[in-house]
Design a protein around this ligand. Structure first.
Ligand SMILES: NC(=O)c1ccc[n+]([C@@H]2O[C@H](COP(=O)([O-])OP(=O)(O)OC[C@H]3O[C@@H](n4cnc5c(N)ncnc54)[C@H](O)[C@@H]3O)[C@@H](O)[C@H]2O)c1
Length: 418
C-alpha cells in the first residue's frame, strides 16, 4: 500500500483516540451499520482531502465499510494528527498522505498522491482537490461523478467556478446543510477555537478585551464562548445585518481601526483576505495575541507583520512573538492557520458526528444520483438534513412533538383566521 505519514509506530496510540471519538459519534455509527449491510459505495473510489483527525478517521472507516475504496490527504499542513494517520494505515488499511507541519510542496505532493487514486468522488474541505483537478489534472475529470465540500470557504470557491462555467462535475455543499453549519461552525468552532487559544497561550480569558473579526456562523460561536468565559467581546463586521445582530446579542461593535487599539485577543473568522493588516498591527497593545480560525491563513496579513517587525522568535509551541519597530510585541498563534486544529484537536466528535453524516450520506446520494445532476453546486437534500437531526435527537434520548392532523391542515390552509 502506498502512503506517506510521519511514523507508523504511532498507530496504536491513534487507534485508542479514534475509538474515543467513535463513542461521541453515535449517528455516524448508525450510518456505518447500515452501510455494512447495504454497501452503497461498493466499487466507488473516493479521494478525501480533510483534516486528518480522529473524527475524520471514523468517517473514512464508515466509507470503507460502505464499500468505498478510499484514500485520504490533509486539507491543511498543520491540522494532521500523526497518530491518527498511522492508525488509518496500520489498522484500517486506508492509505493516508499527510504529515503535520508539512511544507507547501509536500502538501501539494500529497494532494497529487490522493488524486493518483483516480477518484470517482472527491471529498474536499476548502476545495483544494477540485481546484487541483481543474487546473493540473484535467484527465481525471472523465471518471469523477461528483464531489462534496465541507466548509464555507470551499463552497465560495466552487460557486465561483460554477458561475464562471468552469466547474466540470456536480458538488454537494455539505457546509450548507443546517445540521452542518448551525452546529459545526457555531458550536464546534466556538469551543475548539477557545481550546486552541488556551492550549497555545495558557492565558486567562476573563477580564480581557476579545476581538472577533466576522460575526458569521463561526464568529457567533466564538463570541458566545468568549463571553461565557468572562471576556469583554468586541465584534468587527462589514455586513450591516450581522453587525446589528451582534449589537442586539449584547456585544460592542466597532471598526477594526478602533478595536485594534483595545484588544487583548484577536480572532479572525471571515473567510476573507487581510482582515487584520499593517495599520491594525501598528496600533495594537504590547502583548496582543492574534489568531485565525478561518479556513486559509490569509486572514491575517503575516507578510506585513514581518515587514514592520525588528525581531521574531518562537516563544512557546504555536506562539511566534513579533517585536515591532515601535517595540510593542504581537503574539501570532499557529502561523495564522486555523488555531483550533493547529494547537488543539479541532471540533469535538459529537459535532463532527452530524457534519460527517452529511458527508457519508452525500457520497451515497452521489453514488445513486450523480448522473441526474448538472455541473453545479447543490445543497444536501433536505430529507438527509432532517433525518440527521432526527437521528441525533434520538441518540441524545430526546423526543419531540408531532404535528396533529388538525395542525397540519391549519398550516397548509389560508381560510382560517381569528
Ligand atoms: N476553524 C474551523 O474549524 C472552521 C469551521 C467552519 C468554517 N471555518 C471557516 O471559517 C470561515 C468563516 O466561516 P463562516 O461559516 O462563519 O462564514 P460566514 O460567511 O457565516 O461568516 C463570515 C463573516 O465574516 C464577515 N466578514 C467578511 N470580511 C470581513 C472583514 N474584512 N471584516 C470583518 N468581517 C468580515 C462577513 O460579513 C460574514 O458575516 C470560513 O473560512 C470557513 O471556511 C472554519
Amino acid at each position: 500500500m502506498n502512503y506517506d505519514i510521519k511514523d507508523i509506530r504511532l498507530a496504536d496510540k491513534g487507534l485508542l483516540r479514534i475509538e474515543w471519538a467513535q463513542a461521541g459519534m453515535p449517528v455516524l455509527g448508525l450510518v456505518k451499520k447500515r452501510f455494512k449491510k447495504e454497501r452503497p459505495l461498493k466499487g466507488i473510489r473516493v479521494s478525501a482531502c480533510l483534516h486528518v483527525t480522529t473524527e475524520t478517521a471514523n468517517l473514512m472507516d464508515a466509507l470503507k465499510t460502505g464499500g468505498a475504496d478510499a484514500v485520504l490527504c490533509a486539507s491543511n499542513p498543520l491540522s494532521t494528527q500523526d497518530d491518527v494517520a498511522a492508525a488509518l494505515v496500520e489498522h484500517f488499511k486506508i492509505p493516508v498522505f499527510a504529515i503535520k507541519g508539512e511544507d507547501s510542496d509536500t502538501y501539494y505532493r500529497h494532494i497529487r498522491s490522493a488524486l493518483a487514486h483516480r477518484p470517482m468522488i472527491t471529498m474536499d474541505d476548502g476545495a483544494d482537490l477540485v481546484s487541483t483537478v481543474h487546473s493540473s489534472a484535467k484527465e481525471l475529470i472523465k471518471e469523477i461523478i461528483g464531489g462534496t465540500e465541507e466548509t464555507t470557504t470551499g463552497v465560495i470557491r466552487l460557486r465561483s467556478m460554477a458561475r464562471q462555467g468552469v466547474l466540470k462535475f456536480p458538488i454537494i455543499s455539505v457546509n450548507d446543510a443546517n445540521t452542518k453549519h448551525f452546529f459545526d461552525n457555531r458550536y464546534g468552532t466556538g469551543q475548539s477555537t477557545l481550546d486552541g487559544i488556551l492550549r497555545a497561550t495558557n492565558r486567562l480569558i476573563a477580564g480581557t478585551v476579545f476581538v472577533i473579526v466576522g460575526y458569521g456562523w463561526c464568529g457567533r460561536g466564538v463570541a458566545m464562548r468568549a463571553k461565557g468565559m468572562g471576556a469583554d467581546v468586541v465584534i468587527t463586521e462589514v455586513d450591516p445585518l450581522k453587525a446589528l445582530e451582534a449589537v442586539m446579542d449584547g456585544y460592542r461593535v466597532m471598526p477594526m481601526s478602533e478595536a485594534a487599539r483595545i484588544g487583548d485577543f484577536f480572532v479572525t473568522v471571515t473567510g476573507n483576505i487581510n482582515a487584520i493588516r499593517r495599520e491594525h498591527f501598528e496600533v495594537m497593545k504590547d502583548g496582543a495575541v492574534v489568531a485565525n480560525s478561518g479556513h486559509f491563513n490569509v486572514e491575517i496579513d503575516i507578510p506585513s507583520l514581518k515587514k514592520i517587525s525588528k525581531k521574531e522568535r518562537q516563544i512557546r509551541e504555536f506562539v511566534y512573538e513579533y517585536t515591532l519597530t515601535n517595540s510593542r510585541r504581537i503574539n501570532l498563534l499557529g502561523e495564522g492557520r486555523l488555531i483550533n486544529l493547529a494547537a488543539a484537536e479541532g471540533h469535538p466528535p459529537s459535532v463532527m458526528d452530524m457534519s460527517f453524516c452529511n458527508q457519508a450520506l452525500s457520497a451515497e446520494y452521489l453514488a445513486k444520483s450523480a448522473r441526474k445532476l448538472e455541473r453545479k453546486v447543490y445543497p444536501v437534500p433536505a430529507a438527509i438534513d432532517q433525518e440527521i437531526a432526527r437521528l441525533k435527537l434520538s441518540a441524545m434520548g430526546i423526543e419531540i412533538d408531532k404535528l396533529t392532523q388538525e395542525q397540519k391542515k391549519y398550516m397548509a390552509s389560508w381560510e382560517m383566521g381569528t
